[in-house]
Design a protein around this ligand. Structure first.
Ligand SMILES: N[C@@H](CCO)C(=O)O
Length: 400
């Protein structure tokens, strides 16, 4: 029986969505789920490549007598927690819960008390809406009695495979590059099938794991005013509307070449080519010009200061830089820390040189140093507990 993501991939499972009513006797009362943030595109891999980062949201959901949502941590003061008596809400966790209960056949959705402890910066290009969607889906599926399949087994009628979860999440989010790493952890290369161009394929989206080069660390500049958007999806939509509907062939070729180089560099751990492999012509130039006046100067400053690569994180406004890539040599550590500091200082200097208009729009912001994570979404508590093999999608590929 396959027990790793690689084995699942080799078995080429093609999970069409198989909505199935779960017996009421299997329902649970409470669940707690953790989901990582993520950074998408990595430059040229627009809507295709994303990497999970070691920053986590925790979503706790229990059956109650009335609907309520509370939030603490990132964005708590800005995220609307309005919820109608029937559970209708703009809150991404609630929307995902609604979809999960509907999928599991528990309709209408029962009253729920939801609490979100957020560490992932909101509306910043750190995958906060994907984390909410994946967390809400897992919580709803588990509460309604679904068993999360960790071994790719479809033997139980109530089991749900991570690939199936990926289809559900992608239907809500609309692009898979953040939801895939949020589910699986690691760097994920995702693709969406087209009903017309791929008529023989049942699944809507698939994902493949790419290796994270050893010791890789990220320096991120997160503008402070990002959270003024209502939620991450609104912001992403606005930033997608800035993109040209058609692109010149030479720009498409530019991105094909760099995306292929990026995949190869990740497999080889070849950090030297990342400065080329993180360049993009499909979205960064438009977004930089129309919305993010800080982008080009900060990316350039980071590369000049020794970053291996730099790119706009997802739809922005965060600027992400790839640093270090430790050799595992303890003596190397000092220079790696130095590199992170040099990159941060250079970006801060570039920020300081920007005009007031930028600062009025995006504020000063914070610098984060963050590691990627191979761990994906997982359940930390369920009541009653799972009846078989503990359900953590993050352990799917055996890297925990
Ligand atoms: N790939 C998306 C962001 C990920 O949600 C974009 O750049 O618009």
């Amino acid at each position: 029986m396959p027990h790793s993501q690689a084995a699942l991939e080799a078995a080429s499972v093609e999970p069409a969505l198989k909505k199935q009513k779960v017996p009421a006797s299997l329902r649970r009362n409470k669940v707690v789920v953790r989901v990582p943030g993520s950074t998408a595109n990595l430059g040229p891999g627009f809507d295709a490549i994303g990497m999970a980062v070691d920053i986590w949201n925790e979503i706790s959901v229990e059956r109650s007598t009335a609907f309520s949502i509370t939030t603490s941590g990132e964005g708590a003061e800005r995220i609307s927690t309005e919820v109608a008596p029937d559970g209708a809400s703009k809150h991404m966790v609630m929307r995902a819960l609604q979809r999960a209960f509907e999928y599991a056949g528990e309709v209408p959705m029962p009253p729920l008390r939801v609490h979100c402890r957020n560490m992932v910066p909101v509306c910043s290009g750190f995958g906060s809406s994907s984390a909410a969607i994946v967390g809400g889906l897992i919580a709803g599926l588990v509460l309604s009695g679904k068993e999360l399949r960790v071994r790719g087994s479809n033997s139980s009628a109530n089991g749900i495979d991570p690939e199936e979860l990926l289809q559900l999440a992608n239907q809500i989010e609309g692009h898979p590059d953040n939801v895939a790493p949020a589910i699986y952890g690691g760097i994920q290369l995702s693709l969406v099938f087209d009903k017309v161009l791929d008529p023989d394929v049942q699944q809507e989206v698939m994902s493949r794991h790419l290796p994270i080069p050893s010791g890789l660390r990220l320096v991120a500049y997160v503008p402070s005013e990002a959270a003024r958007f209502g939620n991450g999806s609104d912001k992403t939509e606005e930033m997608r509307n800035l993109l040209d509907p058609t692109i010149p062939r030479k720009d498409a070729v530019f991105n094909i070449q760099r995306t292929a180089l990026l995949v190869d560099a990740l497999h080889r751990g070849d950090l030297k080519v990342l400065r080329h492999a993180t360049k993009d012509r499909l979205h960064q130039p438009m977004r930089g010009e129309k919305a993010y006046p800080h982008l080009n100067d900060m990316m350039r400053a980071a590369l000049d200061a020794g970053a291996h690569g730099s790119f706009l994180s997802g739809a922005g406004p965060t600027v992400m830089c790839i640093c270090s890539g430790a050799s595992g040599d303890i003596f190397a550590q000092k220079s790696e820390e130095r590199q992170e500091r040099d990159v941060t200082d250079a970006m801060r200097k570039a920020l300081g040189a920007l005009d007031d208009k930028h600062l009025q729009t995006w504020g000063h912001g914070d610098f984060y140093i963050v590691s990627p994570t191979e761990k994906g979404a997982h359940v930390t508590f369920a009541d009653p507990a799972f009846s078989d093999g503990l359900a953590t999608f993050g352990s799917l590929d055996g890297r925990l």
